[in-house]
Design a protein around this ligand. Sequence first.
Ligand code: MLT
Length: 393
Amino acid sequence: MKINQGYLRLKDSYLFSTIAKKVNAYKAEHPEADIIRLGIGDVTLPLAPAVVDAMKKAADEMGVKETFRGYGPEPGYGFLRDAIVGYYADKGVKIGADEVYVSDGAKSDLGNILDIFDEDNKVLIPDPVYPAYVDTNIMAGRSIDTASGNMANGFKPMPDPSYQADLIYICSPNNPTGAVYTHAELQEWVDYANKCGALILFDAAYESFVSDPTLPRSIFEIEGARTCAIEFNSFSKIAGFTGTRCGYTVVPVELKRDGASLNAMWNRRQSTKFNGVPYIVQRGAEAVFTPEGMKQIKANLAYYMENARVIHQGLESVGIWHTGGLNSPYIWLKCPLGLSSWDYFDRLLTRAGVVGTPGAGFGDNGEGFFRLTAFGDKDRTKEAVERIIADLK
Ligand code: MLT
């Protein structure tokens, strides 16, 4: 019997678990500490009333014989897949309901999608970026090449025509830097992928934070993307479903590799290994896209973006270099006093009682940087910013 050796190549624990452990250990030693958590990008506002109403109604239906539902369709109920198609249509993007696969979140799908690809594929992952891409590929036994994001390229690496990638990860708006690719930049990636036969795994989890109408919110806004990209999205950030779990993946029907339809392969994978998202949750997700739901959700997004503005203003007032926070809920800053990411993490935790995420946790290029999330409570975010400033005086 042999184990998957990939697991032995992973760091001891996942970034956000490491942070939680460190904070809990500190809290155990200092029970009096008043800690403000701006680390993991977890939402703090409750579900929108339209979502809650839809879930309650669905729960009632589950208690009545005539409307009770057992196993649902693995790719998701038609009502939610249609609502997602409508959401894309509002963004000017045409997709089909048979291209939408509802799941328990983008994180799961981003890891699970690797089932349908050969182990030998060359993977290109930006650095810094969401650590799940790296960890899931290490678990799958792949070695990883990185595309360098840095201050000089605005944390937006571009394709290198002399390098042949097979799988390319793009996260835009980027977690953790908040950088957003323009249409022209994404077009370069799409052209590159179509030319060399690579596949783009596009993580659009933060698209709802894009307020600049000139910036793309879906890879499928880009000409040629349907033959080289799969898009992952989530209800976590747009609608506060981090605890409720719902996301979706869009796999175009014409997307083929080695003569096989990736849509059909994903369908086969999901119907074999996944039994779908609860009916109650899917009804809640459907309500996100109703006019009432959208109105309520936009107010929540505005609340978070006001937090981002407060963080930006505070950092600016003490001359800390930072980016993001404009079309993204993350603010990416250069650690003050030349500190390393983890040293600044320790300093903020112990001196200011503020938790952020060390940039080094997102890749080597993140060393010396730090991420703050705008998903906190409004007053606590203001206080955290005051404490960050006071710590430097
Ligand atoms: C983050 O903090 O980067 C996110 O919350 C992680 C996630 O969405 O899984």
